[in-house]
Design a protein around this ligand. Structure first.
Ligand code: ADP
Ligand code: F6P
Length: 321
């Protein structure tokens, strides 16, 4: 294998640059040329390839976002688009591809694998909804961003004796809300996997008020059944004791300098992805299995749903009282 390409796709995640850097430097150490594909599958279809050397990936380890940018592209979801993408790779003399992204991006990678093209995926998404890996790149950084926000909001909530409703990202996965709630010490967590009815939320916050707490925090996953403003409306019409305020964290959860954990995870995954390609192990995603890096079939990754560890549900129940 003498020439490979790398792309970042889907929602960006802190640590993607560390993974790009590891892919490039590992490949060059094996005398393999590396091309970056700008803007994910859109760039692939446009034939937007840019040679990457050690210089281009210098000084990016600590940077959030992705120097290759990312995009969402519907054409690549079609067989015609996939064939055009394959044609672009062959025109450029690319012999292997590393796709860094979420479950959708990895579905795209699987289509190239099924067309016979050597591809290895790296899980990059703050949602932590990708099956086959304990953690995806960006999750730890996003979780620390959430905890920083919760700690700040707790300060003002305590000053004013308020209840704060805080919406976090995660698409249809409640991992960030659950872990943010547990580690941020919230009284309530609302998750797609384990939703609470509005009456239960009101009862929990009123209980906190009656027990003399000077504030209360409810973390609400964006994919929850009840949306944050409906929860606010219900609470205000049922007088739980606290005044209620709402904060939607939004895209600050996607930015920031990657934590040490994410830098190490991304680096290890980038190195392993190139090793797998050169070993001829393709059609897999690099997954964190305990402390080890494994190669997990993309077929499995894209057909199974990563569930939240039930041990955490129990922990949340006990610790949120
Ligand atoms: P993420 O990778 O973060 O889950 P998306 O679900 O938006 O983000 O997917 C990113 C891109 O991956 C899409 O815009 C599309 O180009 C490609 N993609 C997603 N699903 C598929 C699919 N089933 N087949 C081919 N390409 C796909
Ligand atoms: O998949 C990552 C993610 O941040 C989700 O948590 C969120 O719902 C989505 O991307 C937001 O997408 P966009 O950046 O296109 O608004």
């Amino acid at each position: 294998m003498k020439r490979i390409a790398v792309m970042t796709s889907g929602g960006d995640a802190p640590g993607m640059n560390a993974a790009i850097r590891a892919v490039v430097r590992t490949a060059i150490s094996k005398n393999i040329e590396v091309f970056g594909i700008r803007q994910a599958y859109s760039g692939l279809l446009a034939g937007d390839f840019e040679r990457l050397t050690n210089r281009e990936v210098s000084g990016i380890l600590q940077r959030g976002g992705t120097i290759l940018q990312t995009a969402r592209n519907d054409e690549f979801k079609t067989p015609q688009g996939q064939r055009r993408g394959l044609r672009r790779l062959n025109e450029q003399g690319i012999e292997g591809l590393v796709v860094i992204g979420g479950d959708g991006s990895l579905r795209g990678a699987l289509t190239l694998h099924k067309l016979g093209f050597p591809v290895v995926g790296i899980p990059g998404s703050i949602d932590n909804d990708i099956w086959g890996t304990n953690m995806s790149i960006g999750v730890d950084t996003a979780l620390n961003t959430i905890l920083d926000a919760l700690d700040r909001l707790r300060d003002t909530a305590s000053s004013h004796e308020r209840a704060f409703l805080i919406e976090v990202m995660g698409r249809n996965c409640g991992y960030l809300a659950l872990m943010g709630g547990i580690l941020g010490g919230s009284e309530v967590m609302m998750l797609p996997e384990k939703d609470m009815e509005l009456e239960e939320v009101a009862a929990a916050l009123e209980d906190a008020y009656l027990r003399g707490k000077n504030h209360a925090i409810a973390v609400i996953a964006e994919g929850s059944k009840h949306k944050i403003y409906d929860v606010q409306k219900y609470l205000e019409s049922h007088n739980v004791g606290f005044e209620v305020r709402v904060t939607i964290l939004g895209h600050i959860q996607r930015g920031g300098s990657p934590t040490a954990f994410d830098r190490l995870l991304a680096t290890r995954m980038g190195v392993r992805a190139v090793e797998l390609l050169t070993e001829g192990v393709c059609g897999v995603m690099v997954g964190l299995d305990g402390r080890e890096m494994s190669g997990v079939p993309l077929e499995d990754v894209t057909s199974k749903v990563r569930s939240v560890n039930p041990e955490y549900f129990h922990m949340a129940e006990v610790l949120s009282r």
